[in-house]
Design a protein around this ligand. Structure first.
Ligand code: CA
Ligand code: CA
Length: 564
């Protein structure tokens, strides 16, 4: 998987239907502001609980739906609560909901009940559906795509879809092919789709009055000042813990603005996080859960006062300012699993630069190349809007940066990072093998790497001893960032750098802003970081790889640097 083959696998993918999401117009920033200033923004919710199935009746959906409706009502949503609906009623309610959303604001659709996937499409099962085999599902059930397109069509600021619907398929016995759980469906722009469990697995109906998922969700929703993304992160860890790792909730998000169920009080700053890197005596950089850390210095670098961000207007790619400084590049002889090409360790000084917080996503890459196909891996789509663009060659990546420079009228210069910039950015002030320290079992807090989910769903060997919930690529920025505010540096996908690769690159390095451009060293270009199937030995800031400039693979993408 990690070899650069240059082959492109052609696949037709049902996700295409969801990828043509429209671009929201510029009202979202104003609406965010409005909401943050305490002015009420319209909030509309449709809550459906289906439990009274003739075959496979469920215990919790009605309780779950009622509890959710009450919680949403308390959070100023105008709530429509419906129970045990047949197909016609469901369709009617969904349509009426879409009409309400056209008045603007935030929409939330919650569904508890049976949901099944057939050929990669997700369907909500109405009560009374007469289904004996797969073919009837399309006619008897409600396509989740219809819900998403109703919401999409409304052009309101932001939508949330919550599917507590991944319970066992009650008709499984009469189905020829049994796909467990729901398929992974990408969220259209401006939408967050949350599932009670990861694609392809089933949820727990719960011992108490509520399913595990909805119970934890309600608990997290009512916490003041939690951003929507953080609400779901909290739910993920709580459910994972409550079910002993058997159920891991999952989201697909293409949100552009912020949303809080309860906005933080106006005096607390929410725009700029003050996160100086803390460097322990061992050199590990740590951040607490609140994003606050103590001030300290490492190898003479200045502590970071705050993370400055800038949003590129055409693609929405967010950049963070990486402050200049000096660091020790490469891995010491004592580092486990190191290779010779990671040395000798040498001091390098880097001027400050802007780096994209995440790698370029499929949606962003498709603005440049409309037909880009990241394909799938073993039934897991890699094509989601917010998943990293993969199957991108070094030339493609460079062409994207040049296109971006052009799109910005030449006002800024965009390019790939040098490998020195990349390693400096990955370490973010730390000199341990990983930016969070040495402990590889903590990787799942920060990165999507080979984990228990990848082992279970893809049979990937020697996973990290933890569960990040993703078998293949995850939406970018799903996990905790490093001290510079950069996400996914050691996981999700490998990243192209601009340099020509040489085993002995480091002996040729200048002290300031080194870069190898000498093509007499060879044709291969540097690839950095770790990826979704990376084991602990390869999840290190110092590891170097290489690939031919026209090579591409399912684990290889790129992030962009903007010159100051
Ligand atoms: Ca993983
Ligand atoms: Ca990465």
């Amino acid at each position: 998987m990690s070899s650069i083959t240059g082959k492109r696998i052609l696949l037709s993918c049902f996700l295409a239907a969801f990828l043509s999401g429209f671009v929201l117009c510029g009202s979202s920033a104003r609406a965010d502001q409005k909401a943050a200033q305490g002015q009420p923004e319209r909030r509309t919710a449709l809550v459906i609980g289906n439990a009274g199935y003739a075959s496979g009746a469920l215990r919790n959906p009605i309780n779950d739906a009622r509890a959710m409706a009450k919680a949403l009502g308390d959070l100023s949503f105008e709530v429509t609560l419906k129970e045990n609906l047949d197909q016609k009623q469901m369709k009617r309610e969904i349509q009426a909901f879409g009409e309400k959303l056209q008045k603007g604001g935030v929409g939330l659709f919650y569904y508890a009940g049976h949901g099944i996937q057939v050929n990669g499409h997700n369907y909500l099962l109405p009560v009374g559906a007469a289904i004996e085999h797969e073919k009837q599902v399309e006619y008897e059930a409600v396509d989740m795509g219809a819900v998403l397109s109703e919401m999409d069509y409304a052009h309101n600021r932001l939508n949330i879809v919550i599917m507590d619907a991944c319970r066992d398929n009650p008709f499984a016995r009469s189905f020829r092919s049994i796909s467990q759980g729901l398929a992974s469906v990408d969220a259209p722009t401006g939408t967050l789709v949350a599932y009670a469990t990861a694609p392809g697995s089933v949820a727990n109906d719960g011992q108490g009055d509520n399913g595990v998922y909805t119970g934890e969700l309600i608990r997290a929703m009512v916490q003041p000042g939690l951003k929507i993304e953080d609400v779901f992160k909290q739910v993920r860890s709580a459910v994972r813990e409550a079910t002993g790792g058997r159920q891991v909730p999952w989201e697909s998000s293409s949100l552009e603005g912020d949303f809080y169920f309860i906005y933080p009080p106006p005096q607390s700053p929410v725009q700029t996080a003050s996160i100086p890197p803390k460097v322990t005596p061992q050199g590990a950089s740590e951040r607490s859960a609140t994003g606050q850390a103590e001030e300290s210095t490492s190898r003479g670098e200045k502590p970071i006062k705050s993370i400055k961000t800038w949003k590129e207007p055409v693609t929405g790619l967010v950049f963070v300012w990486v402050p200049g400084g000096c660091f020790l590049m490469g891995s010491p002889q004592s580092e486990q699993n190191r290779s010779e090409d990671e040395g000798p360790v040498h001091e390098v000084c880097i001027d400050g630069f802007w780096m994209s917080k995440t790698v370029v996503t499929n949606a962003q890459f498709r603005q440049f190349y409309k037909d880009h196909d990241s394909t799938n891996y073993s039934g897991h789509s890699l094509n989601g809007e917010s998943q990293p663009a993969v199957f991108v060659s070094w030339h493609d990546a460079n062409n994207f940066t040049q296109w971006l420079t052009g799109q910005n009228g030449g006002q800024y210069n965009f390019r790939l990072p040098t490998e020195a910039e990349w390693e400096y950015a990955c370490r973010a002030g730390s000199d341990s093998s990983r930016y969070w320290g040495e402990d590889s079992s903590r990787a799942c807090i920060y990165e999507n790497i080979a984990d228990y989910t990848a082992e279970k769903q893809l049979g990937i060997k020697s996973p990290h001893e933890c569960d990040d919930g993703y078998a293949a690529t995850a939406p970018v920025g799903t996990f905790q960032p490093n001290a510079f505010g950069l996400h996914d540096m050691l996981g999700n996908v490998l990243e192209w750098c601009s340099d020509v690769y040489g085993v002995d690159s480091y002996v040729r390095h200048d002290r300031n802003n080194p870069q190898n451009t000498d093509e007499s060293m060879g044709q291969s270009r540097v690839i950095r970081g770790g990826c979704w199937h990376g084991s602990a030995s390869s999840t290190r800031c110092a590891i170097r790889r290489s690939g031919l400039p026209d090579g591409m693979d399912n684990d290889l993408g790129f992030r962009v640097v903007r010159e100051p």
